[in-house]
Design a protein around this ligand. Sequence first.
Ligand SMILES: N[C@@H](CCC(=O)N[C@@H](CS)C(=O)NCC(=O)O)C(=O)O
Length: 290
Amino acid sequence: MGNAIPDSAKSGDPSARLVLHGSPPNGDTASSGSPFVAKVELFLRINGLDYDADVDWRGPKGKIPWITHGNVVLGDSTFIIDYLKNTYRSTTKIKEPETPMQKAINTACLHMCEDNLMYGIIYYQFAHPEGFLVTKQRLEARTPVPFRWILPALAQLQGQSILHKQGLGRHSDKDVSFILSSSLSALSTYLGNGKYFFGDAPCETDCIAFAFLDQYLHDEACAAGGTLVKQFPNLKDFVDRLRARYFPEARPSKLKTAGARKARGGWTVLLLVGSGVSCLAAAAIVCSRR
Ligand SMILES: N[C@@H](CCC(=O)N[C@@H](CS)C(=O)NCC(=O)O)C(=O)O
């Protein structure tokens, strides 16, 4: 890993090699199974920036996405996009919000997606019975025996613990649908009949909204959430349009073919099991309150 820099770093060397680190797709998602990674990959494609990808969770903040760019190592999708805009200022094609209202809409969409719809994804993957069946099969396929027998249950407890603390996990399925639909409805209203959120050229809001909506529509673990999105035809058309333009079959996500850092596989399992065990106490609290 190169020298970590503070998130406030403004720009880097445009000629340096850029690597996007993240997770592979989930089901039929256009990009990574992490919407935050998908947001950055779409940004790179809209701007025609050259990049490599690899499957690696061990970023500077223990989260994905993160990038290495020459000696620069940076985590967090929003900081990464700011950094890339500054670094490639003269060549980026993405449209910037032009008015204070557009800036406010971008911020509102960011928080609806990253702080509301994101918990919906965790809900469908770990707390929704049908969604969890898909997640369970996925985890079993990726995990060697004997971890395969325990990991899905631990992961489910961890997911439920996160949802309980955040609050979404305390609602009925009907109320979860209501809460998520209110964000989807707002996104649908902001998009309206437009091709993109702010007119004819894509902007950062499009990257954010696409990443989360694509996850709802194309990760089969989130199928029940996909049904909610389909109630807003302009959102579904928006996702179809961006998939066709930026992730055509001939140019699939680089996370699809990226190799994982093999030496880290064992660590991943240990980390998952370790974090699962550490959340057993939290899970006990969840269960005792039911
Ligand atoms: N604010 C971060 C959020 C990134 C994030 O939460 N990524 C998830 C994957 S979807 C993650 O790495 N989770 C692992 C963890 O929380 O330990 C961003 O915008 O990049």
